[in-house]
Design a protein around this ligand. Structure first.
Ligand code: ADP
Length: 681
């Protein structure tokens, strides 16, 4: 029923209005003085207020202002009753219309009705606008939530973001989330006021029953009892108390799950009823979090599996290393004893005994070879092989390998040749390890080449095409070393397998000469640790050619190999590393001065400086082992000040990165630092 309030002190007007409105089934009230006005307006909440302008003791203009102020949210329709002479323009601007005295009942009624219709429309627009604003706000919260969820693989954070989303979009009194996993069940209760123990017990039971209900026709993903549920509670305010009455509040409930995974359930409680939009928003937020939860689960599983694998790998390496060491010591003793006996120093040996002891000696040598191979492999695989890189010339060093195998080749009447290019560039690497690779290849060639065959060891500079195929990141060039034989060859199908661990190509000769199938796999890993590569060309019956590339000792190559080593060390020691790059375009005055005089870097005892120059630019890299972001920033600041304090007429750029924050391998780290150089002068 529409409510009309009349503000007047005129009895005739009161009577007239009362008759009209009561007869026509309106609720009618009268206010005669200021106190009554305040009271009636708030208590009666009228739809239309009729204000008589002849009102003693009250400023009509102020009254209209106040009424409009009150009506701002309710849109009361304000009509002035005037005699047509007293017009207050200001007051009129505040009101919605006026009725001029004298007026008939019909005029009054139709005028009031017209304003009642306006009010209805305004009410409707207001409610639609606020619904729209609410939906827009909820949409914003959902958008915000989804951007917070993106990229997060932390389960706890995902649940927190979802709960915050509820808090902002549907403002709950209490939110209960039951998180179920195969090793624990947690009930997280967030409420406006502290939750009583009685309520906590009731929520536990309710969640438990809800869980059983969800799976009443299927097997529960995890079985648990009410006592298994651990509770974690938090309330926004410390005062007041939420008790059992809260279960009468309106609620929204949803399982948190995907098609394949169940994570838990959530229920929110609110005194005020939830709208359809609230329910949609709630469901959307739950769905939004379910997928990332699934990814988080998978990620957790993957991490656990990785950890287990790493542990297994470590155990395996440690086992091999311990066993090999334990075997090596007694073997060395046996080998030495046999050597003494066979030398005749301990007395004359009868010929048959010498034969048997020679056989024993050969097998002991073979056994220690196998043990060394196993040790090498375990060291390389654990990243613990300590390389001693240096500049060397292949010519002199490979002559030694040649000499070592000459006797065994001659035993089989094999023609062993050495073909080393005259102007061979110096190489950079661990010479012992490179000789180990070459020895393995020559030993295989001798093994697999029949009598009267030929083996050629050669070394020359690698061609551009070979470099491109191998490792284009190493721009400084390579030396190519090859061992070519006229042996049994390898079938095309078997070629890809020869560098794999424990791989031997099945043949009568292989069975006869024996071996572990580790030699080429170790060779490949040693060569790759030098950023080189190894390959084989072969044809059955005609022979094989094994080739490998090792870097030449240019500034660029030395720099990259050293960086690899420094990063490898950092990885081993779980330490950080800072890398700074200075690029001077058009000169190299700053770098020259820095390398020659700067005491900046000498302060860091383990710092390394590498410089490279071309015709029109120079680059300097500074590496600080065991450094973090703070140390990097300090160093960058010092270099910056030094550069800026001088007068350069060309460009100098500066940048810095941190391992492992910016990248976890040298190529990426170098790329990052080069991409983020900042021009200083
Ligand atoms: P092993 O110690 O058993 O020789 P390698 O890893 O050195 O192990 O070699 C793996 C296999 O590759 C050998 O068993 C053999 O079948 C094949 N192979 C290696 N070198 C040659 C070669 N020069 N000619 C023919 N086959 C070879």
């Amino acid at each position: 029923m529409e409510k009309i309030l009349l503000i007047t002190q005129d009895d005739n007007l009161t009577q007239k209005c009362s008759d009209v409105f009561v007869q026509n089934d309106y609720k009618f009230e009268l206010a005669k003085d200021k106190q009554e006005i305040d009271f009636v307006v708030t208590q009666f909440a009228p739809d239309v207020v009729l204000v008589d302008m002849d009102f003693d003791g009250v400023d009509v203009q102020v009254l209209c202002n106040n009424l409009k102020l009150y009506s701002q949210s309710d849109d009361i329709q304000l009509l002035l009753i005037t005699d047509g002479k007293k017009i207050l323009p200001d007051a009129l601007s505040r009101v919605d219309g006026y009725v001029v005295k004298p007026f008939s009942n019909e005029v009054l009624l139709s005028s009031v009705n017209a304003h009642l219709r306006t009010k209805k429309r305004l009410d409707m627009i207001f409610s639609k606008t606020s619904e729209l604003a609410r939906s827009l706000y909820q949409l914003n919260v959902m958008y915000d939530t989804s951007s917070q969820l993106a990229g997060t693989l932390d389960k706890q954070k995902l649940i927190d973001v979802m709960r915050e989303g509820f808090e902002r979009s549907i403002s709950f009194a209490m939110c209960a989330i039951l998180l179920v996993s195969d090793d624990d069940v947690t009930l997280v209760i967030n409420s406006l006021h502290p939750v009583s123990e009685r309520l906590e017990a009731a929520i536990k039971l309710r969640m438990m029953l809800n869980y059983k209900n969800l799976f009443h026709d299927r097997k529960c993903p995890f079985d648990f009892n009410i006592d298994d549920i651990q509770v974690s509670k938090a309330s926004k305010h410390s005062d007041g108390n939420f008790d059992i009455k809260i279960v009468d509040f309106d609620t929204l409930f949803s399982p948190i799950s995907t098609a394949d995974n169940f994570f838990g359930m959530v229920e929110v409680f609110r005194d005020e009823k939830f709208s359809q939009e609230d329910a949609t928003c709630f469901q959307t937020l739950v769905k939004q979090v379910s997928l990332p939860l699934e990814s988080a689960n998978l990620y957790e599983e993957l991490q656990n599996t990785n950890k287990k694998l790493e542990k297994l790998e470590q155990l395996k390496s440690e086992f091999i290393s311990i066993v090999s060491h334990e075997l090596r010591t007694p073997l060395t003793a046996i080998k030495n004893s046999l050597k003494i006996i066979l030398s005749g120093k301990s007395g004359e040996l009868p010929a048959p005994m010498a034969n048997f002891l020679n056989m024993a000696s050969r097998n002991v040598t073979r056994l220690s070879g196998i043990i060394n191979d196993l040790l090498d492999l375990s060291k390389i695989e654990a990243g613990k092989m300590d390389f001693r890189f240096e500049k060397f010339n292949a010519k002199t060093s490979f002559e030694d390998v040649y000499a070592t195998f000459l006797a065994s080749a001659q035993e089989k009447n094999i023609n062993l040749n050495l073909d080393l290019s005259q102007n061979l560039d110096d190489a950079y690497g661990d010479l012992d390890r490179i000789e180990q690779v070459l020895s393995n290849l020559v030993s295989n060639a001798v093994k697999f080449t029949p009598e009267e065959g030929e083996i050629k060891i050669s070394a020359k500079d690698a061609t551009d095409e070979e470099i491109k195929k191998c490792n284009p990141a190493l721009k400084g060039g390579y030396v190519k070393i090859s061992v070519k034989d006229t042996g049994i060859g390898i079938a095309a199908d078997d070629l890809p397998k020869v560098f794999d661990k424990f791989q031997q190509i099945e043949s009568a000769l292989v069975r006869k000469v024996g071996g572990t199938g580790l030699g080429l796999s170790i060779a490949r890993q040693l060569v790759e640790a030098h950023r080189g590569c190894i390959w084989v060309d072969s044809e059955v019956g005609l022979g094989s050619e094994f080739s490998f590339l090792i870097p030449t000792a240019t500034e660029e190559n030395i720099f990259i190999l050293e960086i690899d080593k420094l990063i490898q060390n950092a990885k081993q020691n779980h330490a950080g590393l800072a890398l700074v790059e200075v690029l001077e375009e058009g000169g190299q005055a700053f770098i020259d001065e820095f390398v020659g005089n700067s005491n900046i870097v000498t302060k860091y005892d383990k710092a390394r400086i590498f410089t490279q120059s071309s015709s029109n630019s120079a680059t300097m890299h500074i590496v600080l082992p065991d450094a973090n972001k703070m140390a990097l920033d300090i160093l960058l600041q010092k270099i910056k000040e030094l550069i800026i304090s001088q007068n350069f007429t060309y460009n100098i750029k500066l940048g810095g990165v941190i391992y492992p924050d910016d990248a976890i391998n040298s190529d990426e780290l170098l790329q990052r630092v080069a991409e983020n150089l900042i021009e200083l002068v």
